[in-house]
Design a protein around this ligand. Structure first.
Ligand SMILES: Nc1ncnc2c1ncn2[C@@H]1O[C@H](COP(=O)(O)OP(=O)(O)OP(=O)(O)O)[C@@H](O)[C@H]1O
Ligand SMILES: [Mg+2]
Length: 228
């Protein structure tokens, strides 16, 4: 992976194991997931991947960012979009400004080119949420959002969307319906089987396509994945 020169920020990325500890078993797990995704994106033509979970706090953002890093290491051009307006945190984990972002692009206040960050990780672009404190949730369901995703899918090999959780946020289902595939992050200690079943049903109703389930385990840093 090419980290660009003079990136004081990169040294602070301790939570990003795929960068800080590329030979760890967890980084290997992310690589394995990346390889499965490669076949789904490159060969299967699936570009827009939504990362969500039954309930909040399962490890969506952590998994998504590590996956994105594994993907750009494989020479893909990847865009992360932070569409979790309930708890936007991509900018925190990647130490980026969040003065403008997705919300401004959907509203037509900023162009995508003005709002996107080309990060210190080569091949990785990030569209942060922008200021979502005012009523922004409905904006995710607009035609402008759908059109933006269509345009962006021509510019990148893969787009990873950080979404809120399915059982707590209606907009997650809408976003899932606009994506080519959904990656469901579950947590070994927190997620209940009934919640996974409910989530699966909710996504089915939304005609979303679950392409994989990740079993994340906090603390132990173990990750299992099941790709369909
Ligand atoms: N595999 C892991 N090993 C260690 N810590 C983890 C792991 N996955 C997540 N965490 C930690 O757990 C917390 C919640 O994770 P994260 O923010 O990724 O969850 P989330 O699903 O994105 O939450 P939200 O629904 O609020 O957006 C964070 O402090 C994160 O660092
Ligand atoms: Mg999150």
């Amino acid at each position: 992976m090419g980290f660009k020169k003079n990136n004081p920020v990169a040294a602070k990325m301790r939570s990003l194991l795929s960068y800080t500890n590329p030979y760890s078993s967890i980084a290997e797990q992310y690589r394995s997931t990346r390889t499965n995704l490669y076949f789904l994106t490159k060969k299967g033509g699936r570009k827009i991947l939504l990362v969500t979970s039954p309930r909040k706090g399962a490890g969506k953002t952590t998994t998504l960012v590590n996956l994105a890093i594994s993907m750009v290491k494989g020479n893909e051009k990847v865009l992360i979009i932070d569409a979790n307006f309930r708890n936007p945190s991509i900018h925190t984990i990647l130490k980026l400004q969040n003065r403008r972002g997705l919300i401004d692009v959907i509203k037509g206040i900023q162009t995508f080119e003005n709002a996107v960050h080309q990060t210190y990780i080569e091949g990785l672009d990030v569209l942060t949420s922008g200021d979502t404190r005012t009523s922004a949730l409905e904006e995710l369901g607009t035609t402008a959002m759908t059109e933006l995703l269509e345009i962006l899918s021509n510019k990148y090999d893969a787009i990873l969307i950080d979404a809120p959780s399915v059982l707590e946020a209606a907009e997650a289902r809408f976003l899932a319906s606009k994506s080519d595939g959904v990656i469901l992050i579950t947590n070994k200690f927190v997620t209940k089987i009934e919640e996974i079943v409910k989530t699966q049903k909710a996504l089915e109703v939304a005609k979303a396509n679950i392409i994989g389930v990740v079993l994340n385990e906090k603390n132990n840093s173990w990750l299992e994945e099941y790709f369909f």
